[in-house]
Design a binder for this molecule. Sequence first.
Ligand code: UDX
Length: 457
Amino acid sequence: MNVTVVGCGYVGLVTGVCFASLGHKVTGVEINEERAARIRDGIAPFHEPGLAERLGSSLAEGTFKVSSQLDDAVDADVIFLCVQTPMAADGKLDTTFLADAAEELSQVLSGTGRRHALVVRSTVTPGTTEHLIAPIVRAHNPMVAVASNPEFLREGSAVSDFMEPDRVVIGLNDPWAAGVVADLYEPLDALVVHTTPSAAELAKCTSNAFLATLISFSNQIARIAEAIPGVEVEEVLSILHKDRRLSPVVDDQTISPGILSYLKPGAGFGGACLPKDLSALTHYAAAVGERAEMLEAVMEINETQPSRLVSIIEDELGQLAGQRIAVLGVAFKAETDDLRESPGLKVIDLLLEKGAGVSAYDPLVARDAVEGLTEKGVGFAPNLGDAVRDADACLIATRADEFLELPASLDAVGNERAIIVDGRRLLDPETLSGPRKYIAVGRSRKEPTESAGASSL
Ligand code: UDX
């Protein structure tokens, strides 16, 4: 089938290249010439495991090409809109780029005299496909069917999430187009859920709001645990995880579902999706007359989590002014170089405000990628050892495997004084030897006493 993907960012490029590797003939439209040229040369513009290989082979086989002209969409059976829908200043989604792309596309499709399926893949709130995009396009060509097909792609595993989806959601009111879009996914043998555009849009927002809720819930419990001498949040949550409704037993084997990793405290959620989608859903709820108090609390806990981490370091060191802190992990999570809404970067700003000196390191992020850090006086180290050499405290801000080596790295560079603050619960405290101080989010720093706990009842 002929497919056009409008926008070659994280979602569009993965979608386009994966469809190409399924045997479809795909054109990726990218208006940023520099980005388009790099993709044409087989260079993925961001780190995503498995993407560069598939891009290279689909370019070589001629199943994927890049264009900067929307005119190329004229031959497409299905056109995916994968342009950004960023968070506007008021916390709602900014759909300007999406509407502009639809407007431009509508001119291209106006004279084709044939049917096309136009699919909104960018994350949007309910009603956007039917009430914003469909009228723009159908005014020029009423034969265009407009659909919602939200992505559920995690950065760092986006290619495998595409190739082995939990579900493919197609929100569409037109049986012809529903069939055509479903046929695209046929080689995957995936579970396809057909629904209305608004239900598909809400399902996407709901999915990310749910993940965000689990993370803030875990951080809420961690805050309580930190206040109780002798209590470990890890132990408390592992007791929760053992509920068979969360860890079912099948054939005498306990299954540990992936969702449990979101029921873990940490530095808070970040990235291009969870914070934005949660905010968008909260504003959408208000617009339909429902205040989403629970989602508001989820956001509030998340926004204050970086300052909780900074307070933990400050309490331990007595003060931050003049101290040197190594922040390990500046991307929003491990296995990505994406800096958007990164908790690590928020922690850095808070540390600088309090007068600390900061060195930063991330195995996947290059020094030049982080705008403004050098100007702020942050030293960006080329490796873990250099980052922690002179540190008074080391904060683990992402779960990068390399940070498991932190205690050994500190020993190797002869830094005996640095404390470790584990903002991701990455290290196993049992394996740490020697006198080094280890503090983790959700781990009480108060010694258990007989009267403790009872006095606060
Ligand atoms: C998310 C959704 O998972 C995906 O389905 C959706 O389509 C796009 O948004 P992504 O933003 O790449 O994907 O991140 P995800 O891996 O879900 O991580 C989001 C946040 O959760 C991060 O801040 C991360 O640190 C945290 N996280 C992630 C956990 O706490 N535990 C995990 O196991 C994974």
